[in-house]
Ligand binder design. Structure first.
Ligand code: SF4
Length: 125
């Protein structure tokens, strides 16, 4: 099935409007046929990534044992595949923080085998 997507590039303030034509095969794999509208290689790479394997930074909270600070804000220290956001969030729901934490501390290293770490975005002191 042939599909056309229009994206606004978010890499820089110019905000180029990029059009991508791609084919989705029966096994759901995607093959890009053409990309237009970008003004630089970064925009072309961004558009390819958005179609083939979109990435996002995960931001969420983790439960703590402190009444006055019941949840700790956390984030991934790098982008992860969009499809992995919900599985990682479900995994983080199984964790309870029981000790003081400083912002930037690694809470979980390589969750679900991903090449990222979940770090504290706030303090519990
Ligand atoms: S394509 Fe290049 S110039 Fe255009 S918004 Fe993206 S990064 Fe900026």
């Amino acid at each position: 099935m042939e599909t056309i997507n229009n994206l606004v590039c978010i890499i820089c303030p110019k905000g180029c409007r990029i059009t991508i034509e791609y084919e989705i095969s029966e096994n759901k794999s995607k093959a890009i046929k053409s990309i237009s509208g970008f003004s630089c290689p970064k925009g072309k790479f961004y558009a390819e990534q958005e179609i083939l394997e979109p990435l996002r930074t995960l931001t969420t909270t983790i439960k703590t044992s402190y009444k006055e600070h019941a949840r700790l804000a956390v984030r991934s220290d790098s982008e992860i595949p969009l499809a992995q956001l919900i599985p990682v969030i479900k995994y983080l729901r199984t964790i309870v923080i029981k000790q003081p934490i400083s912002a930037g501390t690694c809470i979980v290293k390589n969750p679900l085998g991903l090449k990222t770490n979940i770090i504290a975005a706030d303090d519990i002191l």
